[in-house]
Design a binder for this molecule. Sequence first.
Ligand SMILES: NC(=O)C1=CN([C@@H]2O[C@H](COP(=O)(O)OP(=O)(O)OC[C@H]3O[C@@H](n4cnc5c(N)ncnc54)[C@H](O)[C@@H]3O)[C@@H](O)[C@H]2O)C=CC1
Ligand SMILES: O=C(O)C(=O)COP(=O)(O)O
Length: 528
Amino acid sequence: MTFHVLISDPLSEEGVYPLRHADGINIVMETNLSEAELAERIDGFDALLVRSQTQVTRELIEKASNLKIIGRAGVGVDNIDLEAATEHGIIVVNAPDGNTNSAAEHTMAMLMGMARKIPQAYNSLKQGKWDRKAYVGVELKNKTLGVVGFGRIGQEVAARAKGQRMNIIAYDPFLTAEKAEKLGVDFGTVEDVLKAADFVTVHTPLLKETKHLINAEAFKVMKDGVQIINCARGGIIDESALYDAVKSGKVAGAALDVFEQEPMVDFRLLELPEIIATPHLGASTFEAQESVAVDVSQDVVSFVKYGTVRNSVNLPSVPKELMKRIEPYFDLAERIGTFLTDLTGETADEVNVYYSGELANLEVGPLTRNMLKGMLKRHLGKHVNDVNAMYIANQKGIHVNEHKSTESRGFTNLITVEVKTQSGTRKASGTLLNGQGARIVKVDDYIVDFLPNGHLLFIRHNDRPGVIGRVGTLLGAEDINIATMQVGRSNAGGDAIMMLSIDKHADPEDLEELKKLEEIESVTAIDL
Ligand SMILES: NC(=O)C1=CN([C@@H]2O[C@H](COP(=O)(O)OP(=O)(O)OC[C@H]3O[C@@H](n4cnc5c(N)ncnc54)[C@H](O)[C@@H]3O)[C@@H](O)[C@H]2O)C=CC1
Ligand SMILES: O=C(O)C(=O)COP(=O)(O)O
């Protein structure tokens, strides 16, 4: 089957080489579509590759019934509705470090251009004026650069600014005293940074928390004559507060690569001679563009071939080594989930997943997601996958807890899932038997041993002589052949279970007579 990829923003041709050369992938590059045209086009595509321009909205995602993966050839994913993508089981990948260097270099270019008024001087010169007095700048040496957001780009900028003999003070929620010391920077709160800085540069993503992080209040805290740079995202700086702060003389200069609205429609900021700007060029180098396009292309190819990706934004990436160890359990976990859903016939309020043995030493989140996928797909169909299983469970108010114990309980590895529903608690345990594949080895408190696949019947009954024969006869009368049968009981003559694997699906009417037997308490058909 062909996997259809739509590229809706300009991507480096060299960068999409891995996609062009993969089997079974069809690429359509249409980079001039309006929002409405893209919404018309999107259905039928399996993947969408974008940069910052395409707005991947909830409305678009809802129209994309085949979409499985969105690739962002760059870092910021604020143009993608991540919640909608996750809800629809669409994996979102980005290229987290392919443009770090270019963005950092662009920030330095803006810092130096601003400090020495290079764009303004060039403009004046172009107009035939030789004006040396109007363009006196300031040195960077011994000045303090305040870096808000000390991730990949913020740190690269700091390293370069140190080369200019600047002092650095940074703020990032993940920056510790130890790390700051190692990197040779001071650190403090946002306020400390804003107070101390002669130049402020922001390098956070655009999030609810960072929207208008630099606002009128923040400008008040800054030194008079401060200069400010935004090569991260439009909206981190409140543009209207910036306009006022420049107008009032509080801010002596600003260098902007990104804007609240892109492409820019309101050019008011650029009427102020203190402000220099570029049209979102931070990542626009040949090197960065090739690198980010290669990264997302490789992830799409890997997704098509192996169902795994490296740089997911909405699904925790699983390291290769870990994947090798837990992947054999994916199917078992999913089957236990489906088994329990059929067995209870109800939605769970709470799910407890117990990992024991060797699994207890590993990151088991991917297994829990597969188990939930199995559990939820009965009612929600195939749109439940690893990406959205946990999200959907949370949305439905199902509390999911993981527990680990290295105690092996007689098995090298054991996954026990316990579901709490309105009518009680049920559980099932499964393992992988060396060389023999998956087995369910316990249902509720009964020891069993059956393959979790095909058509099964789970019967609760009272342990009486002849009941097994009567069950066999009644199923035979419905032309249902029993392939295997397991019986378990609490004590002689007490509660008991039968676990049957049968050769075909049993319809409810096939089981009516069986349910009427005096010894039978319940019969549940399960299809795995
Ligand atoms: N102009 C351009 O063309 C480019 C712009 N960017 C922008 O730069 C941003 C940063 O990129 P990277 O450094 O690669 O990302 P990163 O994820 O490595 O760093 C972002 C840092 O911001 C910090 N942060 C989050 N909330 C914060 C807050 N409230 N206050 C202070 N720090 C906070 C995070 O802890 C993280 O360390 C991207 O999200 C993107 O929007 C990235 C590449 C090119
Ligand atoms: O990577 C990022 O976050 C960027 O802002 C780069 O944007 P672009 O791909 O050049 O539209």
